[in-house]
Design a protein around this ligand. Sequence first.
Ligand code: SF4
Length: 373
Amino acid sequence: MSRIKGWCPGALRPMESGDGWVLRIRPRGGRLSPAQAMGIAAAARTHGSGLIDLTGRANLQLRGVTPATHAPLIADLRALELIDADIATETRRNITVTPFADPATDAVAAALERALAASGLTLPAKFGFAVDTGPAPVLGDTPADIRLERGRDGGLILRADGMALGARCADPAGDAVALAAWFLARGGAIDGRGRMAALIARGARPEGAGTAPAPAAPPPGPGPVAQGALVALEFGQLDPDTLRALAALGPLRLTPWRMLLVEGAATPPDLPGLILDAHDPRLRLRACTGAPGCPQAHGATRPLARRLAPMVPRGQVLHVSGCAKGCGWPFRADLALVATPHGLDVIRGGRASDPPALRGLDPDRLPPLPELF
Ligand code: SF4
């Protein structure tokens, strides 16, 4: 087992953070059985701090793991069939599956998982796949390098991220692995890093890309859906009791939108940290772990975001980041407040790393929020 500092932890290779090691679980097919979810809840409390994050690629992170608890935690997760054979297999199995998967989509995701495991490819740690072949595409804004989608005529297509068009495919899993091999052969990975969109931007073009994908729908808010009920998590975080209560209602599908889909549930329980109302102002917030959990943070993030939530206008996104890295929301926000050693920087309509419009504001003496938007 080795540890890395950076932002791609796995289960076998956790990452150091300010509150201990962070360990990432990649549920197979983006789904947890009730027994798996309850097992994770117990393991998070026994071997970690109990804090569980839902990531932007629909994975779970357990926080507060220690060198002493890592091995027993892996043993517990392995018994739940959540652990890969080795680090290489785990790293490669970076697949986001639409939470609205039908049985055919589940089969594609499982086949892709097997094909990747057998491929032996060494892909960059952040290189990922999206299986978005459900009734309507919803993963358009979810980071992925290779996308399996539906074309406008309903047929399956394979699209390299950065390309407007995809190629029709008869063997989705095999074709996706072949496209990953093409990425490597064309020099997409340099020193173990690289993304498909950057390779496409340099002019490389995969063969056969001539079919437009069906338009992606915006992610729904919390509430009932055909498959069950979507519940949102404040800042994408939940505790073991909440996870256990949700698992008691049915299997869980993970989403990349800080929400869980409880399959078959009509009314989820109203528990602390769960957001059930699509108009809840907390849905307008994005915030990373911040201080003290992250050693790189220049300030606390979530308490400030919570305080400002009622003043965030409807339809707008406020991002509070502990530093310019912007892990909590790697996209543009209507307003970003970024902690620096000299106070808060203000970025309008950009990412945390963009040039600020204002610098060094005192977090305790902010002007009225609408004036900052
Ligand atoms: S953005 Fe937040 S979580 Fe990421 S490194 Fe900066 S402070 Fe840490």
